[in-house]
Structure formats: C-alpha cells, structure tokens
Design a protein. Sequence first.
Lengths: 500, 145
Amino acid sequence: MNIDSIISDLIFIKPEIAIAATLVLIVLVDLISPKSKTALPYISLLGIAIAGVFVVQQFGTAEFAFKTSLSSGMFAADDFGSFFKIIVLLASVFVIFFSISSSEIKSVNDHLGEYYTLMFGMILGMFFMVSASDLVLIFISIELLSLSSYVLAGFVKNTVRSSEASLKYVIYGGVSSGIMLFGISLIYGLTGTTNLYEINSIIQIQSFPHITFLIATLFITVGLGFKISAAPFHFWTPDVYEGAPLPITAYLSVASKAAGFAVLIRFIKITFINSIDHHGNWELLNIIDWRSIIVLLSILSMTLGNFTALWQDNLKRMLAYSSIAQAGYMLLGIAVLSDQGLTATMIYFIVYLFMNLGAFFVVMLIANEIGSEDIEDYKGLGKTMPFLGVTLAFFLLSLAGIPPTAGFIGKVVLFIALVDANMIAVAVIALLNTVVSLYYYVRVLKNLYLVQVDEEKPVIKLSFANGFVIILLAAPILIFGVYFTPIVNFAKNSINILGF
Amino acid sequence: MLTEFGKVFAFILTAVMFVLIAVFAAKLIRPARPTKEKLTTYECGENPEGSPWVKFNIRFYVVALIFLIFDVEVVMLIPWALVYQDSGMLGFLVGAIFLILLGLGMAYEWRKGDLEWARPKITPLVLTKTEPPEEKQEKELNLGE
C-alpha cells in the first residue's frame, strides 16, 4: 500500500471528505466570527447536503478502497454502506432542525461551534463505521463516534442529570470498548490479520480452538451490542437518554444505533459466511451458532425493554426503554440470517428513523414549554395543543405498530421473514411483546386526551418551521404505511454487501 | 526456533532485565552511608519547602496536551520527510494538510484563550437539578446538595 494508491482511492470516500471538510469549516467560522452563531446550523446543513449528493452518486459502486491485498481492503464502498449513510444523514438533518429550536441547546449558545463540530465528528465516525471492513478501522471509527457522543451527552453543563449522563456513558463506553478491543486482539492472535475478508478465508480452511474463538467473537459482540443498546448491554441507555439534551438523545437512538447495526451485520456476514444459496439464505460456517446468540439477545432486549417501559413515569426514559425494545425487533431480522431478513431490518430502520425522531421532537417541543417530561404533566394537554397531541399520538401508535402507520408495515415485513424461516416461536414472542408495548404507548394518549383536569394548562404556540418539520416527519409514516413499495424496493436494492 | 512474537518477547525481556540487573548490581557495589542531608529532596541546594503534593493550576494540563500533540506531530513528520519526494506534489500536499489541521487546532486553543495564563474572568459553574426554562434562575442548587 503506497501513498499513490491511497491518494487514488480517495475518490471512494468523497462523502467522508465532505463531512471532514465541513467539520473544519465550522471550526474556522467559529474562530473567525465567534459572535455570530446563527450561520452554523445552515453551514452544517449545506455540508450534509453535499455529502448526501456524494452518497447518492456512490450507489452502485462496489469497490475496495485502501486495499491490503487483491481481494480485501480497509474500506468497502458498497450499496449497503450507502444505505446506512443515507439513514445517518437524514437523522442528522432532522437533529440539526431540533437543535435550532431546543431550549437546552440555546442555554449553551456560547459553545454552539463545538456542538456542531462534535456532531460532525459523530457523523464522520458513523460513516467510516458503516463501510469499514477491517477490525482496526471499525474500532477507531467506533471510538470517534463514542468520544464525540460522550461530550455531547453532557453538553448542557449546568444541569446535574446531563453531567451524570455523560459520566455514566464514558464509564460504560470505556469498559465495553476495552472488552471489544480485547476480542479483536484475540482474533488477531489466532488468525494473524484484522481484515474481515482475510479472517473469513482463513477460518474456512483452518480450525481454531473453539472456545477461544467463541470468546473473542462474543467480546466483539459486547462492543457492538453496547452501541445498539441491546440487552444485556443496555444499562447505560435509560440514564444517558434521560440526561442528555433531547436532540442528542434522538440522535443517539437513531443514527448511532443504525451505525452499530451496520457494523454488526457486516461483521457477521463477511466473517462467518460459507455460502449463500439462490433463495438468499446465508450458510454460516459451523463455528459459532449466530442464530441462537442473536435470538437470545433479541428476546432479552424486547422483553426487558417493553416490561421495564411499563413502569416509567418520565417520557424520555420510557422512549429509551422503547428504543431498547425496538432494537430487539430489528435484531430479529438479522437472526433470520438471510437476505429477506436483512431487507426487513433495513425497512424497519427507515420507518424507525421517522417515528422515533418524531416522537422525540414532539416531546422536546412540549418540554421547551412546560419544562418537564413527566407523563403526569401531560394530562389534558391534548386539548390545549391539538396539533402536537395528534402528532405525538400518531408517532407513538406507529412505534407500537398500529395500521395504517408505517410502523405496522415494518413489523409485518419482519414477522413474514421470521415465519418464512420457520422461526414461529420467536415470532409469537415478538407479537406478544408488541401487545405489551401497546399499553405504555397508549398510557400517554390517555393522559393527553381522556383525563379531566381543572387547572389551567399552558397553550403551546407552535412556530411555522417546527410545524413543518413535524409534517416532514409524519408524512412519510402515513405515506409508507399505505404505499410501501418504494421503501421495500429501496431496501431490496441496497442489501449488496461487497464480495457477494 | 523462535516465532515472530518470540523475538519480540526476547527483546522485551532483555529490556526489562537490563534495568533490573543494573539497579541490583549498583545496590550491591555502591557504599551506603545515608545522612539526613543526603536523604532530603533535591531542590537546587535549598531546603525543601512543604510537600510537593499540592494542587496546581489545571492550565498545566492544557499545556501538556498541546505539547503531546506537537510531539506526535514530529514523530509523524520524520517518516513523511524521508519519502514525500517520491510522490512529488501529492506527497507534499498530504503532509501540508496534516500540518494545516494541526495548526487549526493550535489556532483554536489560541482564539479560545487557553494559551493565556491569566484568564480575565472565570464564571463558576452553577448546577441545576432540572431545567424548566423560566425558573432556571430561582432553582439554582450547589453540587453539595
């Protein structure tokens, strides 16, 4: 690998370069004119738009960048990566809109330059994560994402719970990435390489001490499970989600989770694949029983997330547990170990992006006014703020999976994939979990509409821009709930992982 | 026959043994006649003043960080300086971008006032339990509560 080949491979990482350049630009603008902070979000949006154009251009390429040998490289530019980059970019656009109107972010207006810089640090980390095909690059990009998000989680310095969230996140994150690095070092010790494709070709012909390999892989799964907040690695999630400023909570629950899923899927598929039959079923090497591991993680996440969410009084905390449960549903799609299951997970991700961000945005707008996220304080608010109430209800029902919302479509596609793979028992458990989750989502609606309150409730004025953002989030859920062919086709066309 | 890691291990072992053997050999050979004067901390011939375990300015930490960044920069630039001519202008640009990014970091420190020893005003951090926007001023709590 000489310097000329590195430079000629730069055309494959154009989106990443655009993001990095925007990061530098934001720092520069912040340094040159420290007084004017209003331009920063628009510069960020511009950078994201340019990166978005490059990502869309990249659809259809399947090339290795930074090659280590003829058939493997550090970075895989493929449709699968581009799909998750689109998810990350969409989430970033919405989160920047959230940040503009968040009262928490306004309270740290002096450090707005750092806020957007760190956010672009997160985006850069996630971009490299979703395309990385080398364990070292995976680890470095996860660290880049984590370090930026630790700071952002505690960005509102003058509140106790924000600082607490940041500290807890650092401690849990540090431990889990340490464990993951240990797993990577074990794999390197066994196979002598960190490249996923090379590991695959080595373990196909050589046999290794089974227990060492199992431990090494499980350790890596711990690090990735932490990022997607799957039980039993979820302990940081409720505290961090509750304490972090709301735009960051929304961002962590969508973008960072999407990147974690992308890495997990790529890791499992590339490293352990033996062959793929013409139905798209993955035949994995007989080393580790991935299906059992993922089904176990998924059932634990769903059940724990849903049943703990029943007892939450803080809406942010409830949404945190709900996002653990949603991660459980999405893991089911991976557990199928087929292209159909992968498509189902990706469809679910598109839907999850809109409904979860929407729910967090409405909660944020209400918290801006009433200064609380307690479900008790929502009593009677449905009458004083009809638009916010109706949209919140809509997002929550979509999270629960009620037709005609897109959440229903996401769940249906997932369950069809499960039934096709003859995993009926798991599908039944997932269905029962959906019923449980309905209770806590509807409990919010009950407080919004059905409880009579005597005291005067504040009337929430909604700016035109915020209303427009809500409609931007709600419209896709309604449209895809009825006319879902586009997202199904989009997901089906982007499941190509490089090398298959 | 040594494996690749075996060679590294032998190297590490040699390094560790070198120090240990030197320390113990010195202990065996040297005369040991301590006096009170000899055992005090060396402070340029003065009598030591108080314990060295005192609080010192957090700003030293920032300076140490900046030093570390530029230290790493030198380590990175030496191999680059040896080979960049082989790749012509591109090779030069790669190093230049690296230097510009580090310079930007330096400019950031400078502009944000982290290089000035006496900062004009330090507003103490006030922690609040929750953040209702209207009541923020009334509900200030200290860390101790």
